[in-house]
Design a binder for this molecule. Structure first.
Ligand code: S3P
Length: 191
């Protein structure tokens, strides 16, 4: 586990934001973590899809990536207002200027790390859902995008290797961290 937060983690965690490259396991870990904490789970991509009434590849095709990024920005701003929630951001959300530095108070950010080769392998298993990887050499493309984004992901408070442990184990590690911060954030009861 590493820690690269610009500011330290919140003293009381009200929401967890999972960031990381496509295929890093944000959705699976997020669902497992939400279940463990008894919180709700929200996924930026699912919310964009629901609001647009279109699958992500169709949004890219019909409206272009810039339109997708605008929708993603609005969804992120809305979902980050919720409490007792685990959020899975889209892989590109943290890459916009200032995003990781301007998280609302009470947000614990966690970077799930994955190598480009593994990300592409996992993405392939899920079918053609990632328009950015629909190119002749997806591994080269993944390496390039990851290199561009690594500094942004690295601003998360915690970094966990998604290839060393399964979703349940990763969720357990994050849950422990949240519970520690929860306990620390509780005011001592008055006599
Ligand atoms: C993207 C990642 C995807 C989705 C879109 C763009 C990216 O989300 O938002 O295809 O720019 O990395 P996942 O990380 O959930 O696959």
């Amino acid at each position: 586990m590493g820690s690269g937060g610009m500011c330290g983690p919140p003293s009381e965690v009200r929401r967890v934001l999972l960031v990381g490259f496509m295929g890093s396991g944000k959705t699976r870990v997020g669902q497992a973590l939400a279940r463990r904490l008894g919180w709700s789970f929200r996924d930026f991509d699912q919310e964009v899809r629901a609001r647009a009434g279109l699958p992500i590849p169709d949004i890219f095709r019909q409206h272009g990536e810039a339109a997708f990024r605008d929708m993603e920005e609005r969804v992120g701003a809305d979902l980050l207002l919720e409490d007792r929630v685990v959020l899975a951001s889209g892989g590109g959300w943290p890459a916009a200027l200032g995003r990781m530095e301007e998280l609302p108070e009470g947000t614990l950010s966690v970077w799930l790390r994955v190598l480009p080769e593994e990300a592409v392998r996992r993405a392939r298993e899920e079918g053609p859902t990632r328009p950015l990887l629909a190119v002749p050499d997806p591994v080269a493309r993944a390496r390039q995008i990851l290199a561009e984004r690594e500094a942004c992901y690295g601003k998360a408070h915690l970094a966990l290797d998604s290839m060393e442990a399964g979703p349940e184990e990763l969720a357990r590690i994050i849950e422990r961290f949240v519970n520690e911060r929860r306990a620390e954030g509780v005011e001592p009861s008055s006599p």
